[in-house]
Ligand binder design. Structure first.
Ligand code: OGA
Ligand code: NI
Length: 378
């Protein structure tokens, strides 16, 4: 396919490209996007080298030192929170306290005994795999850069970014106002719908803990709509032929209130903590929770939305499912600003109020490497 050849080689004999030998990046990116075959399509084509638009600069690849063995020091271990005895009053208090310190100091933690059955976790990752591994023609019809409720693409910021990430994504908006089930791809429809019910409940539980952790009524964050919507980012990171020259997912903060992430056993996710990249090691059966920008904003910086990234690997595919708690395309007049309960004359609001749509459009315009929150600072 001509587009694919241009995407791979940057030039094509019969097409009018710059003939001074300069790599026409925009043209290569567009050809790749027009081919709608994703990163997996490059792998299927048997490439041994990445198209140059995937190469990242050494500064973007090595912006902070990586601490390869966080287990050496407990200060550098992503906190693990066991939810088993959450209904026991004494244990509950302890869990709230652990949640508070994890959300304030790390912005990231892993939860175990979270109540979602293990077979559901396994089956939903299998469903994501089935979608990405079906024949190209079946996936292509979902390939889109529009704000569609169900869509598939390579990098939401492909057309603007300095270096593309080695990853394909299926986005499915699950709530509120889900579309008729037939809108979701048949390869994963039933299990996405089932997982959605479980993760919705878990999201409410965690937002309850975070409300208490900030000294609010346990229902507060749920009542103001933090768990009203959720969207799935079904990520697929194929094995990469040049893993040292790109990333699976460039550093970013999440554009939501809260993310619950399910990762498989391959590894590669890292969180920025005290100026070091720290591995978030796969733990069978656990889920990863992180604070998003909107929760940082309404908590007036009490909780932290922390940067994270995924390394590219020569082994793969790596599969993950990020559940982003936010409403996406709901044109609501609701605005969010620092909660009155958390501000005072001594602790004045740090941010302007914003609607979710307005925040998302700012996030989209600054791209993954930008800091959308800073544009709402007072
Ligand atoms: C995300 C994300 C990490 C992963 O989708 O926002 O950070 O492990 N994903 O796939
Ligand atoms: Ni993320």
């Amino acid at each position: 396919m001509a587009e694919m050849e241009i995407a791979i080689n940057g030039q094509h004999k019969t097409s009018p490209t710059k003939d001074d030998g300069v790599y026409d990046r925009a043209k290569a990116v567009k050809a790749f996007d027009d081919a709608k075959t994703g990163v997996q399509g490059l792998v299927d084509a048997g490439i041994a080298k990445l198209p140059p638009f995937f190469y990242m600069s050494p500064e973007d690849l090595h912006d902070h030192p990586t601490l390869t063995d966080p287990h050496l020091h407990s200060n550098f271990q992503v906190p693990i929170i066991d939810l088993k005895d959450i209904l026991d009053p004494a244990e509950h208090k302890e869990i709230v306290e652990k949640t508070r310190s994890a959300a304030e100091e790390w912005g990231f933690f892993q939860v175990i005994n979270h109540g979602i059955p293990q077979h559901v976790l396994k089956e939903v990752l299998d469903g994501v795999r089935r979608f990405h591994e079906q024949p190209t023609e079946a996936k292509m019809k979902y390939y889109s850069r529009e704000a569609d409720i169900v869509r598939y693409y390579t990098n939401y910021d492909l057309l603007q970014s300095r270096g593309a990430s080695w990853r394909d994504t299926l986005i499915c908006v699950m709530a509120p106002n889900p579309p008729p089930p037939e809108k979701y791809p048949s390869a994963c429809r039933d299990i996405l719908l089932e997982y959605s019910k479980h993760v919705q409940r878990l999201g409410e539980v965690i937002l309850g803990l975070l409300s208490e952790a900030m000294g609010l009524d346990p229902d507060h964050l749920n009542d103001i709509g933090c768990s009203e919507g959720h969207t799935f980012g079904c990520q697929y990171y194929p094995a990469c032929p040049e893993p040292d020259r790109t990333l699976g997912h460039v550093r970013h903060r999440d554009p939501d209130f809260l993310t619950i992430l399910l990762q498989d056993q391959i590894g590669g996710l890292q969180v920025l903590h005290e100026q070091h990249w720290i591995d978030v090691p796969p733990m069978e059966g656990s889920l990863i929770v992180n604070i998003g920008d909107l929760l940082q904003l309404i908590s007036n910086d009490k909780l932290k939305s922390v940067e994270h990234r995924v390394l590219a690997k020569s082994v793969g595919p790596r599969i993950s499912l990020a559940c982003l708690f936010t409403t996406h395309f709901e044109a609501s007049s609701k605005v969010y600003g620092p909660l009155k309960q958390l501000t005072s004359p001594h602790n004045p609001p740090l941010y302007k109020e914003t609607s979710i749509l307005n925040y998302l459009s700012s996030y989209a315009s600054v791209g993954g490497l930008g800091n959308a929150l800073s544009s709402f600072k007072l």
